[in-house]
Design a binder for this molecule. Structure first.
Ligand code: AP5
Length: 214
């Protein structure tokens, strides 16, 4: 199963992608996590990506597309994968469609997690992330057992630099301009499904699974 997660920043794409990856035993590929790991390790890609991410802007397509197209050709992707945060622009989506069609493959579902902008800003201020293993929590909706410590790996949690309210606002603007058009793109390909992302995260997960297994 090849799945794309769509939705505004903070809609819950990463949360749902991790749950789906666990259920279907396929890799969760998050471009945001890949960039954050490169930033943490001080790589050239990380240095370039950080300039854009800290301002709430998208990392240029030329730094992003090949990275993902190479990644989905890895052996662990042979039974499918979940793309979280990619594609984010029409050129990225077209590059993915082209690369897949050259191998007689296609995306099975693009899942749009719908959450209004007003709810996003509140959500982001409560998000806590683990840069070590990529786990994501929320101080109210999905708290850790010990405050500030990752349940999965025991590392300290952080408030992401790009989760400050002014940067979130910029990311929302960029989302509406550059990423929202993908909803029509995948509708046109006949693979778009939408879920109400304002429900409890377990209910959102059940809704997505019900659609995928129909
Ligand atoms: P990325 O890391 O992909 O960020 P994003 O898309 O902005 O999404 P987020 O990770 O912020 O949110 P999410 O939807 O995954 O929500 P989450 O599950 O964490 O990208 C970061 C940056 O990298 C971009 O701004 C860009 O610069 C760059 N980048 C990445 N990919 C790129 C690309 N392809 N091209 C160019 N640039 C790229 O949930 C949010 C919070 O809400 C959590 O605390 C969670 O616990 C909580 N929550 C989740 N679901 C619920 C629920 N149902 N109810 C209540 N709370 C919930």
């Amino acid at each position: 199963m090849k799945i794309i997660m769509l939705g505004a920043p903070g809609a819950g794409k990463g949360t749902q992608a991790k749950m789906l990856a666990g259920k279907y035993n396929i890799p969760h590929i998050s471009t945001g996590d890949i960039f954050r790991s490169n930033i943490k390790n001080g790589t050239e890609l990380g240095k370039k990506a950080k300039e854009y991410m800290d301002q709430g802007m998208l990392v240029p397509d030329e730094l992003t597309v090949d990275l993902v197209i190479d990644r989905v050709q890895n052996e662990d992707c042979k039974n499918g994968y979940i793309l979280d945060g990619f594609p984010r622009t029409i050129p990225q989506a077209e590059a993915l469609t082209k690369a897949l069609s050259e191998r007689n493959e296609k995306i099975d579902a693009a899942v749009d997690v719908e959450v209004p902008d007003e709810a996003i800003v509140t959500r982001m201020s409560g998000r806590r992330a683990c840069v070590s293993c990529g786990a994501t929590y929320h101080i109210v909706h999905n708290p850790t057992k010990t405050p500030g410590i990752c349940d999965a790996c025991g590392e300290k949690l952080i408030l992401r630099d790009d989760d400050k309210p002014e940067t979130v606002q910029k990311r929302l603007t960029v989302y509406h301009e550059q990423t929202q058009p993908l909803i029509d793109y995948y509708k046109g390909l006949g693979v778009l499904v939408s879920v109400d992302g304002t429900k409890d995260l377990n209910d959102v997960f059940s809704d997505i699974c019900a659609i995928l297994e129909k």
